[in-house]
Design a protein around this ligand. Structure first.
Ligand code: HCA
Length: 373
C-alpha cells in the first residue's frame, strides 16, 4: 500500500462548474460532511473571487474541523494577504507553466514568471503559511522547467509541489511516467489535480498515486470546469479496493453525493460509478439469478460500503428466477403458470417502453390472479 492524502476541491474547482454557486451554509454543510468522511484537506475557495467568497472561507476555517483548510491564490500579494486574512492552513499558489499559457496570458518569460511566483512563495512562507506550489497546465509544460520550478520551490520552503492536468489531456500511462520522472529528484510531496476531458480524471489520479503522488485532488460527483475533475467517490473506492486504504468513512458517500447534487444543481448520471442511481440496480435475469445466490457475482463491492442499497428491477431482461425472488420478497405466492403470465406481461410492457413500477406490478399480479380464479 502507498501513502496518500486527499485534498477535496469541490468548494473551489467544483464551484467553478458553469452556473454553480454555493451559499456559505451549503459550503459549510459540504465541508462538514467531507470532514466526517475523514478527508485530510478541504480547499474552501478562492478568496479573490469576491468578498462573500472570502467571508465563506473564513466561516469554514472557524468551524475548526479536523480537516486542514486550503485556498487558492494567484502569484499576487493581495491574494496571499487574503489567504492570511482567512486564516487557512494551506495556500495553493499557482501559475500556468506551459509556454502556451505563458505566451497567451502573461506576456512574460518563463523565468520572469517563476521569479514572481518564488517571491510570492517567500512572502507566504515568511508569514507562516504552508504553501502548495502549483503548476497550472503542468501536463503541457516542458519537464525541465517543471522540475526547476519544483526544485526551487522546495528549496524556498514549499510544503508541496503540484501538477495540474488542467485540460485533461493525460492518459493513465502518461501520468504514471510523468509522476515517476518528477519523483526522481523531488524534495517535497507531489500533488495531482486531474481534469476529466478524456474521462480519465479518476483513473489518472489513482494511477498517479500508484506512481508516488501523495496528495490527490478530487471533487464530489466529479463536478468542475467543463467535464469536471477526478471524482471523490471513484478515487476513494479505488483506493479502498486496490490500496487497502481504510481510514475514510465511505458509508457517507451516497449522502454527500446527493447533497452536492442538490446544492450544485448538477445531476448525477444514472451510470456514474459508486453514486449513480444504477450503480447497484440489476435487471438482467442471468445476473439476478446469480446475485440471489451470491451478490459478489455482479457487485464488485457491497453497496452498503458506500451507504447505498442493492435494488432489483423488473423489465425486458427479467428472468423467471428473479421474478420469483421478487414476488416472494414482496409476500406474493403465485403458481408457476401465474408467474409465467406475469413475466410475459412485464416483458411486453417494458418493450412498449412502460416502466414497471411497484403499482404496475401489483396491478398485473392482481389481474393475473383474478383471471385464473
Ligand atoms: C485552475 C487552476 C487549477 C489548478 C489548481 C491547483 C487547474 O482553476 O485552472 O493546482 O491547485 O485546473 O489547473 O485548478
Amino acid at each position: 500500500s502507498f501513502p496518500i492524502e486527499i485534498c477535496d476541491v469541490t468548494l473551489r474547482d467544483g464551484e467553478q462548474t458553469p452556473g454553480v454557486s454555493f451559499t456559505c451554509k451549503e459550503k459549510q454543510d459540504i465541508a462538514q460532511s467531507l470532514s466526517d468522511i475523514g478527508i485530510e484537506i478541504i480547499e474552501a475557495g478562492f478568496p479573490s473571487v469576491s468578498t462573500e467568497e472570502k467571508k465563506t472561507i473564513k466561516a469554514i476555517v472557524e468551524m475548526e474541523l479536523p480537516s486542514r483548510i486550503c485556498c487558492l491564490a494567484r502569484c499576487v500579494q493581495s491574494d496571499i494577504d487574503a489567504a492570511l486574512d482567512c486564516g487557512v492552513d494551506l495556500v495553493s499558489i499557482f501559475f500556468a507553466t506551459s509556454d502556451l499559457h505563458i505566451r497567451v496570458k502573461y506576456h512574460k518569460t518563463r523565468e520572469q514568471m517563476l521569479d514572481t511566483a518564488l517571491s510570492m512563495l517567500d512572502y507566504a512562507v515568511d508569514h507562516g503559511l504552508s504553501v502548495r506550489f502549483s503548476a497550472e497546465d503542468a501536463s503541457r509544460t516542458d519537464i525541465g522547467f517543471l522540475k526547476q520550478m519544483y526544485r526551487e520551490g522546495a528549496e524556498r520552503g514549499a510544503a508541496y509541489s503540484s501538477f495540474a492536468d488542467t485540460i485533461g489531456c493525460m492518459t493513465p500511462i502518461m501520468m504514471y511516467d510523468v509522476v515517476r520522472e518528477i519523483k526522481k529528484d523531488l524534495k517535497n510531496p507531489l500533488c495531482v489535480h486531474c481534469h476529466n476531458d478524456l474521462g480519465f480524471a479518476s483513473a489518472n489520479t489513482f494511477t498517479a498515486s500508484q506512481a508516488g503522488a501523495f496528495q490527490l485532488h478530487t471533487t464530489v460527483n466529479g463536478i468542475g470546469e467543463r467535464c469536471g475533475n477526478a471524482s471523490l467517490e471513484e478515487v476513494l473506492v479505488a483506493l479502498r479496493m486496490h490500496n487497502k486504504t481504510d481510514r475514510y468513512d465511505l458509508t457517507e458517500l451516497t449522502k454527500l453525493s446527493k447533497l452536492v447534487e442538490q446544492y450544485s444543481g448538477v445531476l448525477v448520471a444514472k451510470t456514474k460509478p459508486v453514486v449513480g442511481e444504477h450503480a447497484f440496480v440489476h435487471e438482467s435475469g442471468i445476473h439476478i439469478a446469480a446475485l440471489i445466490k451470491d451478490p459478489q457475482t455482479y457487485e464488485y463491492y457491497p453497496p452498503e460500503m458506500v451507504g447505498a442499497k442493492q435494488k432489483l428491477m423488473l423489465g425486458k431482461h427479467t428472468g423467471r428466477k428473479g421474478l420469483e425472488h421478487i414476488l416472494t420478497t414482496l409476500g406474493y405466492t403465485c403458481s408457476n403458470e401465474q408467474t409465467d403470465e406475469i413475466l410475459e406481461k412485464i416483458k411486453a410492457a417494458a418493450e412498449a417502453k412502460q416502466s414497471i413500477t411497484a403499482e404496475y406490478l401489483s396491478e398485473i399480479i392482481a389481474e393475473t390472479r383474478s383471471s385464473a380464479s
